[in-house]
Design a protein around this ligand. Structure first.
Ligand SMILES: [Zn+2]
Length: 306
């Protein structure tokens, strides 16, 4: 099995708790990934809080990049930088960025991020910035001219664009100018769980048209508005996306180590195997299960990476 998880906040947690990737108290560790007995590609997001400004923000970004680099060297984890890296065995690591609040033409540019190995990026986190409207931003200005230029530049470099935290207007603005498949790395179906971080049916269809996908987020409150959640709730989102868009439009984006752990039975990489097993019980074919597990992400990565 080839599994791809399009989003986690493990780098931030490692930085805060000073733990190691191999063995730790977090949701994602190398030992827990090993238990899946799968080839497992993890997107590791760098997230710097928008409240941190200037040089301090840039240093935090750089620190998280070096945490990943050191862990990869120490544990012989291949970095995913080009299409040919997708043939790895075991565990592969792809660097992503969530929120470009620290980007600054004079100090650090998109080219610098690319050199650091960033291959997926979300322009905003919840708040709006000079690139795009964030999902909790008060007034949406949509994608700005600067944001549109950044989209073009990212596409040219071979960086995947992530729309998970964009507000609805910015999502559509991006879809109009984008020529590569783009993804919502960690967002669910809004028809199943009403939340602005989730995607409307029309957005899911738009992702499908562009050859992109939505990665199922395991946060309890994005799966179900109230109560505890289990594999059944994850399946409801998968089934809905398969119905309104297609089986080519769904993947995983767990959000592990960035979400509160209560209300969810989906708590570590091995739980993804339980989801895939449940799909088999529901008569999904092996080909469909492989697509959801990671095949759809591989399709996007193969299209976008150099
Ligand atoms: Zn997020």
């Amino acid at each position: 099995m080839y599994i791809v998880d399009g989003h986690c906040d493990t780098l931030l947690a490692l930085q805060e708790k000073k733990e190691t990737l191999k063995e730790n108290s977090l949701q994602i560790s190398l030992n827990r990934i090993k238990k899946t007995s799968s080839d497992y590609l993890q997107f590791y997001a760098v997230f710097v809080s928008p409240s941190i400004k200037g040089l301090e923000a840039i240093n935090q970004y750089k620190n998280m990049v070096s945490i990943l680099q050191n862990e990869c060297e120490k544990n012989n984890i291949p970095r995913i930088l080009t299409k040919s890296d997708l043939n790895f065995k075991g565990h592969g690591a792809l660097l992503s960025v969530e929120g470009l609040y620290f980007l600054d033409e004079k100090q650090i540019t998109l080219d610098d991020l690319y050199k650091d190995g960033v291959r997926c990026l979300s322009m905003t986190w919840n708040g709006s910035n000079s690139y795009a409207g964030g999902v909790l931003g008060k007034l949406s200005h949509g994608l700005t001219k600067k944001g549109a230029n950044l989209v073009k530049k990212a596409e040219k470099l071979g960086i995947i664009l992530d729309v998970s935290h964009l507000d609805d207007r910015s999502f559509y603005d991006l879809s109009e100018i984008s020529s590569n498949p783009f993804v919502a790395t960690h967002s669910n179906a809004r028809a199943i769980c009403e939340n602005s971080r989730n995607l409307t049916d029309d957005m899911l269809v738009t992702l499908k048209k562009h050859g992109g996908l939505a990665g199922i987020n395991m946060y309890g409150r994005f799966l179900k508005e109230q109560g505890d959640t289990s594999v059944v709730d994850v399946i409801r989102h998968i089934e809905h996306i398969c119905t309104v868009a297609s089986v080519d439009t769904v993947g995983f984006g767990t959000d592990f180590d960035g979400i509160p752990r209560e209300h969810s039975a989906i708590d570590s990489p091995i739980a993804l195997i339980a989801v895939l097993e449940q799909l088999a019980i529901l008569n999904y074919t092996q080909e469909q299960i492989d697509k959801i597990a990671g095949g759809n992400y591989l399709r996007v990565l193969t299209r976008v990476l150099k």
